[in-house]
Design a protein around this ligand. Structure first.
Ligand code: E4P
Length: 213
């Protein structure tokens, strides 16, 4: 399973890279705004120099605009993946850009058939948003399970990028149902390491070692 961090914060990305377990970064317009990024191109370039894969989202919503913006984003760095929302013009643009060899992450996936159409159009990744489905009382993980089944039924090699991950339990379930990638906030990466019995056990080991020596 690949681990991506869901942020535009360079310090968090650096810290996650230094842990040695990070495979990529996802951003979105809200995350870029949260960091107050104005120079979008140079920010994406800096991230792309740190990790092998960074999703940069288009803002256009019409076919010509998405294609032009997608080509422009992809030209920033070879590590850029163009993130395109699941809309009709987006699907058309996924077909065009993926045929040009541009890696596409189809975002805002909330149903298995949306994932199916994105995969047919040639997306490299589909991003089901688990947390946002949970927020409205649905079972986000069921979506990942169904997409996994569909992709396996038809041998699609589009990867499932479990997104909108809010806590460690989301990550555990996403791994159990076979998501290829999980993108998560820095806080979740940090929490993954934690278990109270680990802390208690280490404390006891160190205390015993001190008594001995
Ligand atoms: C994924 O690519 C999105 O950036 C992200 O996971 C959305 O998460 P949120 O629902 O917590 O905003």
């Amino acid at each position: 399973m690949k681990f991506f961090i869901d942020t535009a914060n360079l310090e968090h990305i650096r810290e996650a890279v230094d842990m040695g377990v990070l495979d990529g970064v996802t951003t979105n317009p809200s995350l870029m705004a949260k960091e107050g990024i104005r120079e979008v191109r140079s920010h994406y370039r800096r991230i792309a120099e740190m990790v092998p894969d960074v999703s940069a989202e288009v803002l256009a919503t019409d076919y010509n605009g998405i294609v032009a913006e997608g080509r422009d984003l992809a030209s920033i760095h070879e590590h850029i993946t163009v993130k395109i929302p699941m809309i009709k013009d987006g699907v058309k643009a996924i077909r065009t850009l993926s045929e040009e060899g541009i890696r596409i992450n189809c975002t805002l996936i909330f149903s298995p058939v949306q994932a199916l159409i994105a995969a047919k159009a040639g997306a490299r990744y589909v991003s089901p948003f688990l947390g946002r489905l949970d927020d409205i009382g649905h079972e986000g993980m069921q979506l990942v399970e169904e997409i996994r089944l569909i992709f396996d039924n038809y041998a699609f090699n589009t990867e499932i990028l479990a997104a909108s991950i809010r806590h460690v339990e989301h990550l555990r379930s996403a791994a159990l149902v076979g998501a290829d990638i999980a993108t998560m906030p820095f806080a979740v990466i940090e929490k993954m390491l934690k278990h109270p019995l680990t802390d208690r056990g280490l404390e006891a080991f160190l205390a015993d070692a001190k008594r001995n020596g």
